[in-house]
Design a protein around this ligand. Structure first.
Ligand SMILES: O=P(O)(O)OC[C@H]1O[C@H](OP(=O)(O)OP(=O)(O)O)[C@H](O)[C@@H]1O
Ligand SMILES: Nc1ncnc2[nH]cnc12
Length: 182
């Protein structure tokens, strides 16, 4: 028997570890890896995301995952939905023709790249990452999708740090499983 949405969310939330002042003073770091210590909790998360996407975006064609922690969930979810997965990677890692976008995040800055061949004009895509903090990372990924002329149905994260208001940087829909105000 499958468990209720609330009990799944509570098991996922309790599984994460919180580290004050990492990687810099003033940052409260949310470690999502402990979710994967338990196959049952990891299934709670993937089941929940698959159910959400099936119900709200049955027309999605590609899941884009963000380097690095979006790669933990993205391919699994795409495989469960029977659709493609494609990576948005830190610059200099992807071969072939790419598009690039720079961004600031809660504790640094970086550059993303996507392969031009990874989506065709007008394809319906969802972007997945583990966490939305200031929103700089997700906003750069969104821009790359627009540059590819893909249609972004939704940006999905496991955790949203609401106090940092990252959502305001994203010009489209955002879905988060867990909202925190640290
Ligand atoms: O909303 P923002 O303030 O932009 O921050 C969110 C991003 O920060 C983390 O990635 P990080 O760049 O630390 O890289 P990693 O996934 O390689 O650990 C996290 O996985 C998100 O991608
Ligand atoms: N507070 C945080 N915890 C984990 N990952 C993050 N990425 C950006 N901010 C973060």
């Amino acid at each position: 028997m499958s468990s209720s949405l609330d009990s799944r969310i509570s098991r996922i939330s309790q599984a994460m570890d919180i580290y004050p002042n990492f990687p810099k003073p003033g940052i409260t770091f949310i470690d999502i890896f402990p979710i994967m210590r338990s196959p049952d909790v990891f299934s709670d998360l993937t089941d929940l995301l698959v159910d959400h996407i099936k119900q709200t975006h049955p027309n999605v064609e590609i899941i884009f995952g963000l380097d690095a922690r979006g790669f933990l969930f993205g391919p699994l979810i795409a495989q469960r939905l029977g659709i493609s997965f494609a990576p948005i990677r830190k610059a200099g890692k992807l071969p072939g023709e790419t598009l690039q976008a720079s961004f600031q995040l809660e504790y640094g800055s970086d550059k993303f790249e996507v392969q031009k061949c990874s989506a065709a004009k007008g394809q319906n895509v969802i972007i997945i990452d583990d966490l939305l903090a200031t929103g700089g990372t997700m906003a750069a990924a969104y821009k790359l999708m627009k540059d590819l002329e893909a249609d972004v149905l939704e940006c999905i994260v496991l955790v949203e740090l609401e106090n940092l208001n990252g959502r305001s940087k994203i010009p489209g829909k955002v879905f988060s499983v867990i909202k925190r105000n640290d």
